[in-house]
Design a protein. Structure first.
Length: 498
């Protein structure tokens, strides 16, 4: 009985980390809705404790015992877990109160402090409500020469998302005209979706590997890419986490839920559509039918609610500018933005600035279209991966990451999040001895390197270094994908992850 009690206490202790993060996210949501700090804190602590008690009964049975057997790892895990809760709490104060910039992730970098991807959605919703026919027109968000326009203290970002995303933005505007409330509430909701997906995937994998993935998840949460993307409010991480949840729904036979979620994400961010290709190659027709059905439904709803104007502007104005990279010309005017770009388009940009002949904008466009064809091959490889759960999760993440690189601009701030998730799952599937775990830990550290806008070194050196680790990350992701294909096609190779 004593052993059971001790184990129960330990499991509650483990559960307090995700529950504590959840409590902090709730604090931000309550703050966004105008709750006082004392009330929000009291409610958040209460919910965190209740959540820890509830979650402790659903964690793997031997989770606490695994920490008890490895004292050093237990200490490190506690440090990372407490750090994850603390870093979230610190950032939450900035998300609730924009004047507390010292609590932002990179307070020394003026761009990071005053950048908000969410501002594009806020402004585009206001433009659409005002009857502006082309919500994608660049000068609606910045001056003719790229001069910044502001929403409060934040520089307005350019809107480039497909029209159906305006449904969510218009709903947000109907609920609140206060952009500060948008920031706080979206921070809490986005964080909850990502945290839920990290935990759900680990628990779905199950067994020893799933247990290790649960324990390693705070590494992802404490990472700079995740925290900075939460600060920016960019939708990219939700698209990745949501697509993983959609695939889990399909695995559990919940085809309607999975189809609705995946269809919404494809219509919002395009790149999750690579999972539709995967489903086609796997001949999972029921999942495809539900996804297609909801896609038609959401498109019809968007057309009925938003009208034809955003769709005409998307086709005639935004798509050509996205294909050529012109939609992001303001960002591409800065070498540090190009250095941070992990897209395939960015490889050509970096080579051009390093003086390699023939690396023109036309070359970048041609390479991007060639890469589109290569993505089909990637999806076909993924369809033949092992049926074990870890390989399937790795394939989904690898395809999502590779698909996201088709965009002309995939900055390191959120490009490295799926790489961190992949690395943690690979690490969970390895025996922790020899050089391979050390190599994966090295990749995790490297994936936390973010290019700030403050000058660090000569531009040529920055471009060379970022190009090198961009190629390294791409090679790692391809290795993971091919390893799962080889594992499914003819047995586990000696050097494969998992």
């Amino acid at each position: 009985m004593a052993s059971f009690t001790r184990s129960g206490v330990e499991r509650v202790g483990v559960a307090l980390v995700p529950a504590g993060v959840g409590g902090v996210l709730l604090y931000a949501v309550l703050g966004g809705f105008g709750a006082g700090s004392l009330f929000a804190t009291a409610v958040s602590i209460t919910v965190a404790v209740a959540g820890a008690l509830w979650l402790s009964g659903r964690l793997p049975a031997d989770l606490s015992g695994a920490l008890r057997r490895h004292t050093l790892l237990a200490v490190l895990w506690c440090v990372v877990g407490v750090g994850a809760v603390g870093a979230t709490a610190r950032l939450a104060t900035f998300m609730v109160d924009e004047t507390r910039a010292t609590n932002s992730v990179f307070p020394f970098d003026d761009f990071f402090v005053h950048h908000s991807c969410l501002s594009a959605h806020y402004q585009s919703a206001r433009l659409h409500r005002a009857g502006v026919p082309n919500v994608y027109e660049r000068t609606n968000f910045e001056g003719p020469n790229g001069e910044p326009k502001f929403v409060g203290r934040f520089v307005t970002d350019v809107f480039i998302y497909p029209p159906p995303f305006l449904l969510l933005s218009r709903l947000g505007l109907a609920l609140s005209e206060n952009f500060a409330a948008w920031r706080a509430v979206w921070f809490g909701l986005e964080g909850a979706i990502i945290a839920g997906a990290l935990l759900a995937v680990a628990l779905w994998i199950g067994g020893r590997i799933g247990r290790k993935a649960v324990l390693l998840s705070p590494i992802i949460w404490l990472s700079l890419p995740l925290l900075l993307t939460l600060q920016f409010g960019n939708f990219q991480l939700v698209a990745i986490a949501g697509a993983m949840l959609a695939m889990l729904a399909f695995e559990r036979g919940r085809h309607a839920a999975g189809g609705a979620l995946l269809a919404a994400l494809v219509l919002s961010k395009i790149f999750p559509g690579i999972l539709v290709l995967l489903l086609m190659f796997q001949r999972r027709w029921r999942s495809l039918v539900w996804t297609a059905g909801f896609g038609v439904l959401f498109l019809g709803l968007a057309f009925a609610v938003l009208g034809a104007a955003p769709f005409r502007a998307m086709i005639s104005y935004n798509v050509p500018r996205l294909s050529s990279g012109a939609a992001l010309e303001t960002q591409f005017a800065h070498p540090d933005a190009i250095a941070a770009n992990h897209a395939v388009y960015g490889v050509v940009q970096k080579l051009s600035l390093l003086g390699v002949p023939g690396m023109s904008q036309g070359t970048a466009v041609a390479v991007s279209w060639l890469y589109t064809a290569v993505l089909i091959v990637f999806a076909a490889l993924g369809a033949r991966a092992s049926n074990e759960r870890l390989p399937r999760a790795l394939v989904w993440l690898a395809l999502l990451h590779l698909g996201s690189l088709r965009s002309p601009f995939t900055p390191d701030v959120y490009a490295q999040f799926p790489l961190l998730w992949i690395s943690v799952l690979v690490l969970a599937g390895l025996e922790w001895r020899g050089r391979r775990p050390i190599a994966v830990l090295g990749l995790i550290l490297l994936a936390n390197v973010i290019v700030p806008t403050v000058p660090l070194m000569p531009v040529s050196a920055l471009l060379g270094i970022t190009l090198a680790y961009q190629v390294l990350f791409l090679a790692f992701c391809l290795w993971v994908l091919v390893a799962q294909w080889r594992r499914g096609a003819g047995g586990m190779p000696a050097d494969a992850p998992g």
